[in-house]
Design a protein around this ligand. Sequence first.
Ligand code: ADP
Length: 477
Amino acid sequence: MSSRPELARPAVAPTDSATPPNAVQRRPEFRGWTLWRRELLRLAVVATIGALVGVWFDAPVAGVAVVLVLVLLVQIRHLIQLRIWLQHPKRYDLPEPGGLWGEAFDALLDLQRKNRKKKKKLAAILAQFQASTAALPDGAVVLGPRGEISWFNTAARTLLGLRVPQDIGIRVPNLIRHPIFTDYFEKAHFEGEVEVPSPVNNSKTLLLRVIPYGNNQRLLIARDVSERQMLEVARRDFVANASHELRTPLTVLRGYLDMMEMDAQGNGVLSPWAAPLSEMRNQALRMESLVNDMLKLARLEAGRAQARDEKLDPPGLIRRTVEEARTLSKGQHRFEVEIDEGLKLTGPEAALHSIFQNLVTNAVRYTPVGGAVHVSWRETAEGARFAVEDTGIGVAPQDIPRLTERFYRVDVGRSRASGGTGLGLSIVKHALDAFDAQLDVDSEIGVGSTFACMFPPHRVIRDPVPGSTKDSLPTAH
Ligand code: ADP
């Protein structure tokens, strides 16, 4: 096979001013019919020459036949050369025949050059992409339709311990074997993110998030949140410890204040101090409730991961809570209770008690004398619903989204006057997290409010206890 520099074809007609000087020069473009005419003319010329030579030997037909066979052999030779070149384009060069074959070979070389250019460009983009993702502090893993790993960056190697090429093609739940991640991945909802210990180093915590994209593909992002988590734990521990430490001196102070107040009520030496002593005692009580609520919140936050789930009896707990609320109300409110007796829950008991107590107490505190509080515990299509409805002062729509923030009060004076700490609904929100439950608030100023907790089906247990109880007792004695 002939060998010549690949790009050394003679320039026939430059077609593109942007073509580099050493590029294959294109021949003029012809339409199909023009090509047919030109080739048939060439064949006719060759056949005529063959006929003329044949006349010399007194056999013009044989002359034409011989020439046509030669033409056919040349075509077959070019086809064979093309076939060999297509198989090993790097080892052999295409020949430079004239005519149609030459043009076809030129076009092929041009195509090959363009493809190489495109490949180089793509490789450069890929290298750039890989360099930028390698610089990312977050691990990025590209997953196929079955969750199999098809690519990952350098951070994914350090954070998740992935190896090339061993882990390519392996399903990611087989490598990150934490039940929280497996559950998150197999559910395939991919809302939010999950925190799991790093498979490489147990003391590190990773925040994993799966983002679906394209044609059934997914991107797994892994972020090291150990430091943030450590700070969060330190903050929580500080609040819990500070609250715990404050409790003892407060109890001592309150004990003395109780004694002194008792003395001041009579005709003792402290009687001129009766008013300040009563105020001091009230403030000490307020500090005690604040410290208790802060401790409760810190415990709820800390206990989320290791909260013990047990079978709970919400009907019994609701009845007890309503009794406490009746005491707080001192007969000034009407209570209605509607309970589905067979509807039970699984979860941590202290958390459920906090939810019920805070919501029912708030309904009493924010409902003027003579108002009604309706408490219900029912099964719904989405699980179970605990609702406290009151005919109280209500909350403005713009305040509703902020009610569960720590220390957020719509009316600070009113909250304090009724013994509020501003932490009640924050505690409710955290306690509901332990049940994977949601809080729904519906309220209208001057009409009343409904605080409803929606417990998901996986937390609900149905006991074979018939019916529900309804109790509508006016508590005014
Ligand atoms: P607080 O100790 O102040 O009651 P919470 O966190 O329990 O703190 O409640 C936050 C705020 O939400 C309250 O200050 C009050 O303004 C409002 N709120 C809570 N429950 C009710 C209710 N049932 N009716 C009207 N407002 C309420």
